[in-house]
Write a protein that binds this ligand. Structure first.
Ligand SMILES: Cc1cc2nc3c(=O)[nH]c(=O)nc-3n(C[C@H](O)[C@H](O)[C@H](O)COP(=O)(O)OP(=O)(O)OC[C@H]3O[C@@H](n4cnc5c(N)ncnc54)[C@H](O)[C@@H]3O)c2cc1C
Length: 415
């Protein structure tokens, strides 16, 4: 295991850093670098995000992993990791392109026709158009293949009815990828068809969901007789599950390339140096030091697990279950660390007012946001199932509905 940059990687890092230094400012202590998709995005931050993406695209730094034929850089996975490690040190606008570039683009490349790729990929890359992922439904999240949104063929169109939920960024997106059920007589994985949908089409109603922190990262999206041209279908009728797996594999790969990302331990050190207990810096207090030492040991474990992923990528191997381990352990640790940081702040810890909270309220933000991260892209329990099956070799879950026509599978009524 070698965690150091190779000569080529070091040269690439220098090139990346030089471009970023010439085009952006380093993040300060109160900024958390990247905000996540959908978090408190207003017109101004959307404009800034589009301008930043265009700047990167014009300079050849957009969608590094995409093949050159689609405007990318054909970068290796480790180069993409180096880019995101370096970019995260700078104060950049919210990344509203994560789903488009990481999931929708690669799905279009794998399953789209040349015409479809020509129509959608260039504006996706340049940031002119933003994309969302319409998979989850009120009764289909972990069990995605249980989705009910119906698609009925009508001439050259399909008519779509039903509801999606938790759709990140839908309120400002131009296009979405959507999985629908075209045949309820088939077993649940077989009756699915996958489309691109114009988010401005008549019959679509988007209702933002307000989160505990006041942000509106995701939405309910209702479809009433929405027409989608057959030319927007990706792959064959009935191939929806196969296409969805491509999207989900790309989601997993992008979780994998987060290796080496910060869990905020340095922020905890600086917070404890900034705050006082009985007139002395909190970091000099024995109990505080003991707690921080314990978080530090755990944070190092997460960081080194991330580096194993990076090291595997550097050697051209696919990441193993480390990404699942990192998300499971890391997210819970960040939640506990944020709770402790707020406790250290005393009365200020109980408010989210950035005027009075240390470090611009980032710990309050982290505490309120991290629960969602423990659910999105695989809940804690689902990650434990993956670790049980793939690391510990335990038997897979029993599936009672295998081969049953979808319409015969017992379901809860939709409310
Ligand atoms: C911040 C955020 C952003 C999201 N963005 C999007 C988006 O852009 N597009 C989109 O389509 N979806 C999105 N989602 C939805 C996300 O994919 C689902 O929330 C996730 O798949 C879990 O599904 P669910 O919420 O329906 O919970 P359920 O699947 O109903 O799970 C409920 C509980 O049961 C447990 N459980 C379920 N199945 C098993 C099992 N087999 N074994 C053990 N325990 C189990 C779960 O762990 C959980 O605790 C987002 C979610 C969040 C939190």
């Amino acid at each position: 295991m070698d965690f150091n940059d190779t000569v080529e990687e070091a040269a690439f890092r220098t090139e990346v850093r030089a471009w970023l230094e010439a085009n952006a400012e380093y993040a300060d202590a109160s900024s958390s670098g990247h905000a996540s998709l959908g978090e408190r995005i207003d017109d101004e931050s959307l404009r800034a995000a589009k301008a930043w993406q265009k700047k990167k695209a014009d300079a050849g730094w957009a969608c590094l992993r995409w093949p050159k034929a689609y405007g990318g850089r054909d970068a290796t996975p480790i180069q993409a990791v180096i880019w995101s490690q370096e970019e995260s040190k700078f104060a950049t606008p919210p990344d509203v392109y994560m789903i488009g570039h990481g999931m929708c683009g690669p799905t279009l490349m794998a399953h789209g026709t040349p015409e479809q790729q020509e129509k959608w990929l260039p504006k996706m890359l340049s940031g002119e158009e933003i994309w969302c992922q319409l998979f989850s439904e009120p009764d289909a999240g972990t069990d995605l293949a249980g989705l009910r949104m119906s698609a009925v063929r009508d001439g050259d169109d399909w008519i779509i009815n039903g509801q999606k939920i938790w759709t990140t960024g839908a309120q400002f997106c131009d296009w979405g990828i959507i999985v629908t059920r075209h045949d309820p007589d088939l077993p649940k994985h077989e009756g699915l068809t996958y489309f691109v949908v114009d988010m401005h089409a008549p019959g679509i109603e988007i209702r933002p969901i307000t989160q505990i922190d006041g942000g509106q990262g995701f939405n309910e999206v209702f479809y009433t007789d929405v027409r989608i041209p057959d030319s927007y279908r990706l792959d064959e009728v009935g191939a929806g599950w196969r296409v969805a797996i491509t999207t989900l594999m790309n989601e997993r790969a992008s979780v994998g390339t987060l290796g080496g990302g910060s869990v905020g331990i340095d922020d905890l050190f600086s917070l404890a140096a900034e705050l006082e207990i009985d007139g002395r810096p909190a970091i000099e207090d024995g109990a505080v030091r003991e707690n921080i030492a314990s978080f530090y040991a755990r944070a190092k474990g997460v960081e080194l697990t991330g580096r194993r992923t990076v090291s595997a990528l550097s050697q051209g191997k696919m990441p193993g279950p480390e990404a699942s381990l990192m998300k499971l352990i890391g997210a819970r640790m960040v939640q506990e660390m944020a709770a402790y940081a707020m406790e250290l702040q005393g009365a200020a810890g109980a408010t989210a007012d950035v005027e009075v909270t240390p470090q611009g309220g980032k710990w309050q933000d982290r505490y309120l946001g991290i629960s969602g991260f423990r659910i999105a892209g695989g809940t804690d329990e689902v990650l434990r199932n993956i670790i049980a099956e793939r690391v510990l070799g335990l038997p897979p879950e029993v599936r009672m509905d295998k081969g049953m026509p979808f319409k015969e599978i017992p379901k809860a009524p939709l409310v």
